[in-house]
Design a binder for this molecule. Structure first.
Ligand SMILES: [Ca+2]
Ligand SMILES: [Ca+2]
Ligand SMILES: [Ca+2]
Ligand SMILES: [Ca+2]
Length: 133
């Protein structure tokens, strides 16, 4: 009896917070991972170019809207674009435009309008160019 109840305890804890994988190109290898907490998807990871490395991560808020996107836009295995959303709207787009591992462009958005762009043009990690709209 003890063994059986322990088994059921494990099953319920898995279904409360589980990962569902998908295989979009049907090559037998997973390329999509959905993290589900209760009934809502909290996070999705995708391997868009099917090279075995996750290149797109989507994090969802409690209303099911995208809260954050993390992308590997040149598919080198390192993330280079971070987009933050508030209530489903883009507010900050951070990019590593030269793919050296350091963020060098910050784009601030308010109601679909870019109002500020900051850049680190010499790669020292500090903002040295600001454009304000
Ligand atoms: Ca696949
Ligand atoms: Ca990939
Ligand atoms: Ca990259
Ligand atoms: Ca950079």
């Amino acid at each position: 009896m003890t063994v059986v109840s322990f088994f059921f305890f494990n099953i319920s804890s898995i279904s409360a917070d589980m990962v569902v994988t998908s295989d979009l190109n049907k090559d037998g290898k997973p390329d999509g991972w959905s993290y589900i907490n209760g009934k809502s998807v909290t996070r999705q990871e995708l391997d868009v170019n099917f090279d075995g490395k996750v290149d797109s991560v989507y994090i969802y808020d409690e209303n099911g809207k995208v809260a954050e996107e993390i992308l590997d836009t040149n598919y080198d295995g390192k993330m280079d674009n971070w987009r933050e959303y508030q209530d489903g709207s883009l507010v900050l787009d951070k990019a590593d435009s030269n793919y050296d591992g350091k963020i060098d462009v910050w784009i601030y958005v308010d109601r679909d309008r870019v109002y500020r762009i900051e850049k680190d043009t010499n790669g020292d990690g500090k903002v040295d160019s600001v454009i304000q709209y």
